[in-house]
Write a protein of this length. Structure first.
Length: 403
């Protein structure tokens, strides 16, 4: 004789359950963000010993010590038989020795200063280190004496968090949303300082997703080229103030990404050497070319000073990646930068602490794994700085030809 079983209740996850999960996740983020910046609850910039400052200046330690004793530059402080310098002090030293490579210093005297060059870091695939590349590149360039503005166009706000700002604290006017909505014609009021001297931020928060509605809506009314909103919002006053503007993009071809691509002088595409990432990159270039062809149809032909493919998240122990690196090199040729960003435990630790390898303490920076990642990023910064100098010099040359 069979017995009838009572059916199990239908499983369900309610909105209230999701709200509780969201609350828990926010609490975990808040606790860990605070822990990474304890005891001040704010991110603190790193400090540098005399050997590191000398390296940044491109001189030996003995020369730095001799110059320090002459006076006129920051003296630092003695700590545990070492001389330590704050970030601002280190930047003053660097400017003394490397000022000729800044935007103003690399062009002939008497010529008008060039405008800030714009670098957009993009790839339609997530997890390729776009945000880490933006933050680390900005810090590395600032350590070489450059004034940097970073712009976060990703609603996730990861770059904003890395710069020490909680996305949930931002209002519309602190992001690019007011510009996208047509409430302002400039991004000047959205700029804020960060914990890192000489790096300013236009932050992001989930609410900037609204730009995906504002931009096409304005375009439908006629007379508005939606892809030029960001470029126009970076007006002459802003471009005069900074040496370089670096834009982080979401992993999608949306209206904000298109704006970021159109604003760029230099395009930087991080690409891990994995088969799936490589295949995804071919789709990226298909869409990218179609996008630029569309610009041309409207008489807005777009050219880039440099287009760079950066091998990122490279695992030297992964034998399969060697083959993919060959594919990448064969496909993209001269656009592949001569540097590989390694996937190291040090870099992962820094990211988990809402930082980069440049945020590491002096003790951490002496570790071998940190040194590998640090040296790779330093090489990237060196390459990009050389490209920036060529962009600035070409601006001045173009002005001379037009006179």
């Amino acid at each position: 004789m069979s017995t009838k079983q009572t059916p199990s209740p239908r499983p369900s996850v309610t909105i209230a359950d999701l709200a509780a999960m969201r609350t828990n996740a926010r609490a975990v983020v808040t606790v860990n963000r605070a822990a990474s910046s304890a005891p001040s609850a704010q991110k603190l910039p790193p400090e540098f010993n005399s050997a590191q400052v000398a390296e940044l200046c491109g001189i030996d330690r003995n020369k730095l010590e001799h110059r320090r004793r002459k006076g006129g530059l920051p003296d630092g402080r003695e700590e545990s038989r070492r001389r330590m310098f704050t970030l601002k002090e280190a930047q003053i030293w660097v400017n003394e020795y490397r000022g000729s490579k800044t935007k103003r210093g690399c062009v002939p005297k008497g010529s008008a200063a060039p405008k800030a060059a714009v670098i957009t870091v993009g790839n339609f695939k997530g997890g390729v280190s776009k945000t880490t590349t933006v933050a680390t590149l900005a810090q590395g360039l600032s350590l070489r004496g450059h004034k940097v503005l970073v712009i976060d166009t990703d609603p996730q706000g990861s770059l904003t968090s890395l710069m020490g700002v909680a996305p949930e604290t931002l209002e519309d006017e602190d992001t690019i949303l007011s510009l996208a909505a047509g409430d302002t014609a400039t991004l000047a009021d959205a700029i804020r300082p960060t914990y890192w001297a000489n790096i300013h931020l236009i932050g992001s928060a989930p609410r900037i997703s609204g730009a995906q509605f504002h931009l096409p809506s304005r375009a439908q009314k006629g007379g508005f080229l939606f892809w030029s909103a960001l470029s126009n919002g970076l007006d002459a006053d802003i471009r005069d103030l900074y040496d370089v503007i670096i834009i982080d993009t979401p992993p999608a071809l949306d209206y904000l990404t298109i704006n970021a691509f159109y604003a760029a002088d230099i395009l930087l595409v991080p690409l891990p050497p994995s088969a799936m990432d490589f295949v995804s990159s071919t789709q990226f270039w298909d869409l990218f070319v179609e996008l630029n062809e569309e610009f041309a149809e409207y008489g807005m032909a777009k050219e880039y000073c440099f287009v760079n493919v950066l091998l990122s998240r490279v695992d030297v122990n992964d034998s399969a990646s060697a083959l993919v690196r060959e594919w990448i090199s064969e496909s993209y040729g001269k656009h592949v930068l001569p540097v590989e960003i390694p996937s190291t435990a040090a870099a992962k630790t820094a990211a988990a602490e809402f930082g980069t390898v440049y945020d590491a303490t002096v003790a951490q920076q002496s570790a071998r794994t940190y040194r590998r990642a640090y040296e790779a990023y330093e090489r990237l910064v060196e390459i990009i700085e050389d490209q920036l100098i060529r962009v600035w010099q070409s601006q001045v040359a173009d002005k001379g030809e037009s006179l």
